[in-house]
Design a protein around this ligand. Structure first.
Ligand code: HEC
Length: 110
C-alpha cells in the first residue's frame, strides 16, 4: 500500500471518530434538544421517545430540500397532530439545519 492510500484511510477513520461540531452546530443541537427531544432522537444514536417521530439523523434527503430552513422559520408543521408548530429565528434555523446535516447517516455533500 502506498502512502497516499494510507493517508486516505487515516482521514476516513478520523472523520468517523468524532462528531466535531462547530459552535453553530452545537447551538443547533442544544436548541433541538430543548424543543424536539421529547419526541425525536436528536443525537447521532438512540431511539425516538415518540414511536412515530423519525430520529433526526434519518432525515437525509429531506434536509437538502432548501425548504427546511424556511419552514423552520415560517412554522414547521406536519400533518401529524402530535407535533406542535415551531417558529425559529433565522439564525436558529440555520444552526439547527447545520447541526442536522452533520449527523445524517449517509452524508451527501451539496
Ligand atoms: C410532541 C412530539 C413532537 C415534537 C416536540 C417534535 N416533533 Fe417532529 N414529528 C413528530 C411526529 C410524531 C412526526 C411524524 C409525523 C408524521 O409522519 O406524520 C414528526 C415528524 C417530523 C418531521 C418530518 C415530517 C416532515 O414534515 O417532513 C420533521 C422535519 C420534524 N418532525 C421536525 C421536528 C423539529 C425540528 C422539532 C423541534 C423543533 C420537532 N419535530 C418536534 C413529533 C414531534
Amino acid at each position: 500500500m502506498n502512502k497516499f492510500c494510507l493517508a486516505l484511510l487515516m482521514m476516513g477513520a478520523w472523520s468517523k471518530a468524532g462528531y466535531a461540531l462547530d459552535r453553530e452546530q452545537q447551538q443547533g443541537r442544544i436548541l433541538l434538544e430543548k424543543l424536539c427531544s421529547q419526541c425525536h432522537a436528536v443525537g447521532p444514536t438512540g431511539q425516538s421517545p415518540h414511536p412515530e417521530a423519525p430520529p433526526f439523523r434519518t432525515f437525509g434527503e429531506k434536509l437538502y430540500d432548501e425548504d427546511l430552513k424556511q419552514r423552520l422559520q415560517d412554522g414547521l408543521t406536519t400533518i401529524h397532530p402530535d407535533m406542535p408548530t415551531f417558529h425559529f429565528r433565522r439564525r436558529d434555523a440555520e444552526a439547527a439545519v447545520n447541526y442536522l446535516k452533520s449527523i445524517q447517516q449517509n452524508k451527501k455533500s451539496k
